[in-house]
Design a protein around this ligand. Structure first.
Ligand SMILES: NC(=O)c1ccc[n+]([C@@H]2O[C@H](COP(=O)([O-])OP(=O)(O)OC[C@H]3O[C@@H](n4cnc5c(N)ncnc54)[C@H](O)[C@@H]3O)[C@@H](O)[C@H]2O)c1
Length: 330
């Protein structure tokens, strides 16, 4: 039986990963400070152990990493809203947390999967699928949103440095928009924000002109991909996109959410400045090249957007039901 540690395991991707690993026979430890995650995301199980603490607490992490075979490092300050509003914490957690994980995994000789992000590519000018060796184009340091990309890029450098210089087994995965049930819209994630607005009859707020393109990956596909990569000796030392090649514009996404929820909500355009303050920059395109994922994990995510939206809508409607109604429905 594999013993696995998931940092950030009470979060969106981490909790789905915990479900999957438990279902497939692993014993799972979760460490999470519950800053954006929630214990409600985790289903109690005899093979699930939850530690509420910070990934930057070296003594706790020492104990946990010593105990397990594999570490999935997902804990991070995530979401445009938080990154813009809490820049110090973003940098501290996203840099120091990774440093602690890599140092201890090296000390005990454990394989690590680092969760990086498509943000690492920075701002791209052409609509070409982003492959892992694409150039990275960043804005100036006075524009706060780039700190997240820069910190995650340093995490990647550090992971690769530990691999090359000290032989640590590291797999680096760059998640593109990963979506599905349990994701919260509180910190700026677009699908939960739109769904929440639509089912509550509030305006669906599109930032900018809405013609920016995104691709969305179902969380179940992402989890399957990272578990396969963790199990593959060949993936060690590699940087691999986790994403889906299908594109949609944000305005089409808003329209689709409205249709699928049969909502009367107005679609309202607001400027980035209004949403995130002066100087905010967004990208027009963000689509992954999935060649390496296919090569190393043996598949590419394929759950279509409509199916993902249906699941998110159902999940959101269930959460909106009062506890009394839920009890009556069960
Ligand atoms: N969801 C996406 O679309 C996406 C895209 C790119 C990258 N990622 C990466 O995937 C990982 C998981 O993201 P997610 O979408 O599940 O977000 P999430 O916010 O749901 O998960 C992050 C988890 O980390 C926890 N956390 C934050 N600071 C911590 C700390 N100091 N110590 C311990 N736990 C801490 C939070 O409480 C939360 O449970 C992150 O590293 C993120 O950068 C996600």
């Amino acid at each position: 039986m594999k013993k696995v540690l998931i940092t950030g395991g009470a979060g969106f991707i981490g909790s789905h990963l915990a479900d999957y690993l438990i279902e497939h026979g692993s014993e799972v430890w979760v460490v999470d400070d519950l800053s954006t995650g929630s214990l409600d995301n985790l289903r109690p199980h005899p093979r699930l152990h939850v530690v509420i603490d910070s990934v930057t607490n070296e003594a706790v992490m020492n104990e946990l990493i010593h105990r397990v075979d594999h570490v999935y490092h997902l804990a991070a300050v995530v979401g445009v809203r938080l990154v813009v509003d809490s820049p110090v914490r973003t940098l501290e957690v996203n840099l120091r947390g990774t440093e602690v994980v890599l140092k201890l995994a090296h000390r005990f000789g454990k394989r690590v999967l680092l969760a990086s992000t498509s943000e690492v590519y920075g701002r791209q000018h052409e609509n070409r699928p982003l492959s892992e060796d694409s150039e990275r184009i960043y804005g100036p340091t006075v524009v706060g949103r780039w700190s997240y990309a820069a910190a995650k890029a340093i995490d990647e450098f550090l992971g690769l440095a530990y691999h090359r210089e000290r032989g640590l087994e590291v797999v680096i995965t760059r998640f593109f928009n990963t979506v599905g049930p349990r994701q919260t819209g509180r910190y700026g994630m677009v699908i939960p924000r739109f769904v929440e607005a639509a089912i509550n009859g509030k305006p669906i707020e599109v930032h900018g002109h809405g013609r920016q393109c995104r691709s969305f990956t179902y969380v179940g596909d992402a989890v399957r991909a990272i578990t396969r990569l963790m199990a593959s000796r060949d993936a060690v030392g590699e940087v691999i996109n986790i994403g889906n090649g299908a594109e949609t514009t944000i305005i089409d996404l808003a329209r689709r959410v409205k249709e699928l929820t049969s909502s009367d909500s107005e679609i309202r355009f607001i400027s980035y400045e209004e949403a995130y303050g002066a100087g905010f920059e967004d990208m027009m395109f963000r689509t992954p090249c999935t060649r390496k994922l296919q090569q190393f994990a043996g598949f590419t995510p394929s759950v279509p957007l409509d199916e993902i939206l249906r699941q998110v809508i159902e999940d959101r409607r269930m959460r909106n039901l009062s506890p009394a109604l839920l009890e009556a429905a069960s």
